[in-house]
Design a protein around this ligand. Structure first.
Ligand SMILES: CC(C)(COP(=O)(O)OP(=O)(O)OC[C@H]1O[C@@H](n2cnc3c(N)ncnc32)[C@H](O)[C@@H]1OP(=O)(O)O)[C@@H](O)C(=O)NCCC(=O)NCCS
Length: 155
């Protein structure tokens, strides 16, 4: 499995994986996520591609793109409450459902960690939806720890 940065002609395939994630989100949190994977969401991959702060990473088995991740360099300046924060955020992450539990996501995380270190980052962050317990189990297995929570109640 080769883990590397994506090529522009792979964006349509990456959109197939983005649709898998969107479907999971729609099913798990239908009060938030819009069903379908319409033109607007499909086009968004080009905004990601053209954003100098973002990078798309793929897992390529030689025949197919099996998984991808989007990483985003975030800098939050110091404010009266907080120190400056400069980190890599994992914006999107998916392994094709046909290729799960083969260690591909783990390889993607290893690549992101090595890249982050090489670029001088000391911290990688991500956020996820609580219903997605499979993703939580993976992220914890990969070494991520929860440091902050969003909570809600319906009234
Ligand atoms: C979460 C996801 C990326 C994991 O990818 P993966 O390639 O299957 O993960 P790995 O094979 O590297 O898993 C490594 C370890 O993580 C844990 N793990 C992974 N998926 C898990 C699951 N669904 N349930 C419980 N533990 C899981 C296991 O400990 C696993 O080791 P094991 O297979 O030896 O038991 C994949 O299931 C996925 O793409 N899900 C849909 C999209 C999604 O939810 N994305 C994240 C939120 S945006």
């Amino acid at each position: 499995m080769e883990i590397r940065f994506a090529k522009e002609d792979e964006l349509d395939r990456i959109n197939e994986l983005r649709k898998q994630v969107n479907d999971i989100h729609v099913e798990g949190k239908p009060d938030v996520f819009k069903p379908g994977f319409g033109a607007e969401l499909q086009k968004f991959i080009h905004e990601i591609w053209n954003d100098p702060d973002k990078k798309i990473i793929v897992a390529d088995n030689g025949e197919e793109i099996c998984g991808f991740a989007v990483i985003n360099h975030i800098n939050k300046p110091e404010n009266p409450f907080m120190k400056e924060r400069d980190f890599l955020d994992v914006d999107e992450f998916c392994v094709d459902k046909e290729f799960r539990r083969q260690g591909i996501a783990s390889e993607l995380v290893s690549f992101i960690k090595a890249y982050g270190k090489e670029q001088g980052f000391h911290r990688i962050e991500l956020n996820m939806w609580e219903f997605n317990q499979g993703a939580l189990a993976f992220y914890e297995a990969a070494g991520f720890e929860t440091y902050r929570r969003y909570m809600e109640m319906f009234v």
